[in-house]
Design a protein around this ligand. Structure first.
Ligand SMILES: Cc1ncc(COP(=O)(O)O)c(C=O)c1O
Length: 448
């Protein structure tokens, strides 16, 4: 097992002096405390005994109906009896691996991929093939070439893992043509697809695209009955990650195995928070203050913060850097001058009071993506976005200066408001050249 860089980063988010652009945090301060109190009071008055009791492994019926409502808002019809309520979407990834993966089995994933899936895949000893994404998500022709190669080696992936909307960490969205082709390829080759979609409803511009689950259902010819796509959803980003509630909608045989796996993991997800969701959805119905209105508020807020981050990047990151412009979600993926290792840069940046996720966390080999970083714009104020990016920009310039002096080559031309900043700090304890091997056990990722 390996530590998730992201989890370690969470420790940093607790430090008040650090602006954390690292975690996948939504802004929970936007949820009205009075509403939280009144929904909890409803649960307490109307169903305290049930809330405090164990619940069914597959989840409470009222909660699965809320899930069907969320999926309908995504344009995806489902049958609530094909849902399993889980302890966050994270548990879906774990249960799918638990059900399907023996050591050495192949998973095909995107490159970069969700940093939280990396330690899960690695704990189940999967052999993960990562396919480099571009502005339209995973290129399906590259996927097909990989599948052909695997097939010539007598290997068959257990599933293809994709985050089609506002990918974490890449920020890009899979095009409609690729979605259609991915479902066709899955059907031609009878391969399962795990569609991880926490962010679909957090779209700030452009047209919503159909889920892979709905495209597969169409191909089957029966609404709400995909037979190769396992859909992962979560309340974390549209309501609260503290509830720890997610779900899978899956073909029946897979669903049964997920259920068995969940029995062994935690028996059931919290009835307290499942009933919170049911009461929250019920309170909002017809009142104009429902869950969708809240999501609408989040979209407006996060759109502004995304724009703030894009303009701060424009001001602070040099010519050598490039970054994605996400149409939704929580993250921008930035790639720097190739000589910069963002794991080392993070050590310097945290000293300057800012954190991000280094790119390596999104690759199974722990080595690729070393010049990239994931930046969250949703969980911090506009002011802190500007200040955080300013601090990272400064750390980059310091690093480039040092690399220039070590190599004897001049540092590349600098841009940004601090181009003449002369307070470069001593970096002997920070910069590691040449690149390091695998981290030794027990070391924190930001020390690497
Ligand atoms: C792509 C993706 N999948 C799954 C999750 C897990 O979320 P949770 O367990 O909070 O539902 C996240 C959280 O950031 C994510 O970004």
């Amino acid at each position: 097992m390996k530590s998730s860089a992201m989890r370690e980063m969470m420790a940093l988010t607790e430090r008040p002096d650090v602006i954390s652009l690292a975690g996948g945090l939504p802004d929970t301060s936007t949820f009205p405390p009075e509403l939280y109190a009144s929904v909890m009071a409803d649960v307490a008055h109307e169903s305290a005994a049930r809330a405090l009791q164990y619940g069914p492994t597959e989840g409470m019926t009222a909660t699965t109906h809320c899930i069907a409502e969320v999926m309908a808002a995504e344009g995806t019809a489902i049958d609530p009896s094909e849902v399993i309520v889980t302890t966050g979407g994270q548990q879906v990834i774990d249960l799918v691996c638990k059900a399907l993966i023996d050591p050495g089995d192949v998973i095909v994933a995107e490159a970069p991929t969700y940093p939280g899936a990396v330690p899960t895949f690695s704990a189940y000893q999967a052999a993960v093939e990562q396919i480099e994404i571009d502005a339209d998500g995973m290129p399906i022709d590259a996927l097909e070439r990989t599948l052909d190669r695997l097939s010539s080696e007598g290997r068959r992936p257990k599933f293809i893992y994709t985050i089609p909307n506002f990918q974490n960490p890449g920020g890009v969205t899979m095009s409609l043509a690729r979605r259609r082709r991915l479902v066709e390829v899955a059907r031609e080759r009878e391969l399962l697809v795990l569609e991880d979609n926490p962010y679909g409803l957090l779209r700030y511009e452009g047209e919503a695209l159909p889920t892979l689950y709905s495209l597969d259902s169409q191909a089957v010819g029966r609404v709400g009955a995909a037979d190769l796509v396992i859909y992962l959803g979560t309340f974390s980003k549209i309501l609260s990650p503290g509830l720890r509630l997610g779900w899978a909608v899956a073909p029946r045989p897979v669903l049964e195995k997920l259920n068995l796996g969940k029995q062994g993991a935690d028996l059931c997800s919290s009835p307290v928070t499942q009933m919170f969701v049911a009461a929250y959805f019920a309170q909002g119905r017809g009142s104009g203050t429902g869950w969708l209105e809240y999501v609408e508020k989040l979209r407006d807020l996060y759109r502004t913060r995304r724009d703030a981050m894009l303009s701060a990047l424009e001001e602070q990151f040099g010519e050598q850097a490039s970054w994605t412009r996400p149409e939704g979600g929580l993250f921008v993926w930035a790639t720097l001058d190739e000589r910069i290792d963002t794991t080392d840069l993070l050590a310097l940046a945290t000293k300057q009071g800012v954190a991000f996720v280094p790119g390596r966390a999104a690759y199974m080999d722990g080595n690729s993506g070393s010049s990239s970083m994931r930046l969250n714009f949703a969980g911090v104020t506009e002011e802190n976005i500007h200040e955080g990016i300013r601090r990272i920009g400064k750390a980059i310039r310091t690093q480039l200066d040092l690399l220039g002096s070590l190599s004897g080559r001049p540092a590349p031309a600098r841009v940004g408001p601090e181009a003449s900043d002369s307070d470069a700090r001593p970096l002997a304890d920070v910069v590691a050249l040449p690149r390091r091997e695998e981290p030794r056990a027990g070391r924190r990722s930001q020390d690497r």
